[in-house]
Design a protein. Structure first.
Length: 244
C-alpha cells in the first residue's frame, strides 16, 4: 500500500496501471485513495482555521444577503409550479452521502427527462452539461448564469456537509463513469466553488482535467489557497463568466 501511494503522482495519468495495482492488492474500498490524502487529517489546524473562517463569513454574509434570497425565492415560485428549493442526494467527503440544496432552476419533472437528453451531453460521461437545456426555467437561466441558484448550499456549509471551496459533489449515478484514480477528489470537502470554477469552468470539458486540478488542490492544500480561490470566484460570478 505504501509503495502504491508513494508512486501515485506517476500513476495519476495511467488509469490502467493503477487499476491493475489496485486489483493485485485486493482493495475493495474505492474511496481508499481519498482517505489516504484526507486533508482533514493531513492539516487539522489549518482545516480548523478554515472552518472558523467559513462559519463566521457565512453567518455575517447571510445577514446581508437575506433580502436577495427572499426575492429569489419569490421569483422561483412565480415563474413555474414546484417547490422553491431543490434537493438531491450527492456524494461528499470520503464518499459520505448528503442532500445538497439549490434554488430550483428547472421544471419540476426535470429529473425524469434527463435520460432522454443524455445524447445531447456537451461534456463527458461523468458530468452533464447542455447549452440550451429545455428543462431550465426562465428565472433559472438567470440564476445559473450568476450562480445565484447555489446560495442554499450555505445550509450545507453550516451543517458541515460542504465547504465554501472544494469539488462539486457528484450524484451516485455519475460515479459509474469514474476511473479508479478519480476518487482522489473525495479527499477534500465538496464546495460551492473550487479550482475548476476559477480555471475555465464549463470550458474544461475533459473530466480527467477537472480531477487533475482538484488533485493538485488537495495535495498542496493550504488555507490561504481557499482564500485566493474565493477572491478569484467573485469576478467569475459577477460577470457570469463560463457559466453552464
Amino acid at each position: 500500500m505504501a509503495n502504491l501511494t508513494k508512486n501515485y503522482d506517476d500513476a495519476i495519468n495511467l488509469d490502467i496501471e493503477l487499476s491493475e495495482k489496485i486489483k493485485n492488492i485486493k482493495i475493495k474500498d474505492k474511496f481508499w485513495i481519498a482517505k489516504h490524502y484526507d486533508i482533514k487529517n493531513e492539516k487539522p489546524y489549518q482545516f480548523m482555521l478554515k472552518r472558523i473562517f467559513e462559519l463566521t463569513g457565512i453567518i455575517i454574509g447571510l445577514t446581508f444577503i437575506s433580502p436577495i434570497l427572499i426575492l429569489i425565492a419569490i421569483a422561483v415560485k412565480l415563474d413555474s409550479p414546484g417547490p422553491v428549493l431543490y434537493k438531491q442526494k450527492r456524494i461528499g467527503h470520503l464518499g459520505k452521502t448528503f442532500h445538497m440544496y439549490k434554488f430550483r432552476s428547472m421544471y419540476k419533472d426535470a429529473d425524469a427527462k434527463l435520460k432522454d437528453l443524455l445524447k445531447h451531453n456537451e461534456t463527458n460521461e461523468c458530468m452533464f452539461k447542455m447549452k440550451d437545456d429545455p428543462r431550465i426555467t426562465k428565472v433559472g437561466k438567470f440564476l445559473r448564469k450568476y450562480s445565484l441558484d447555489e446560495f442554499p448550499q450555505l445550509i450545507n456549509c453550516l451543517r458541515g456537509e460542504m465547504s465554501l471551496v472544494g469539488f462539486r459533489p457528484p450524484t451516485q449515478n455519475e460515479l459509474e463513469g469514474y476511473k479508479s484514480w478519480h476518487f482522489v477528489r473525495f479527499s477534500s470537502m465538496p464546495g460551492l466553488t473550487g479550482p475548476w470554477q476559477v480555471s475555465g469552468r464549463s470550458n474544461i470539458k475533459e473530466f480527467d482535467e477537472v480531477i487533475k486540478l482538484e488533485y493538485r488542490y488537495s495535495k498542496n492544500w493550504k488555507f490561504i489557497k481557499d482564500v485566493v480561490i474565493l477572491f478569484k470566484t467573485i469576478p467569475v460570478v459577477l460577470l457570469g463568466k463560463d457559466a453552464a
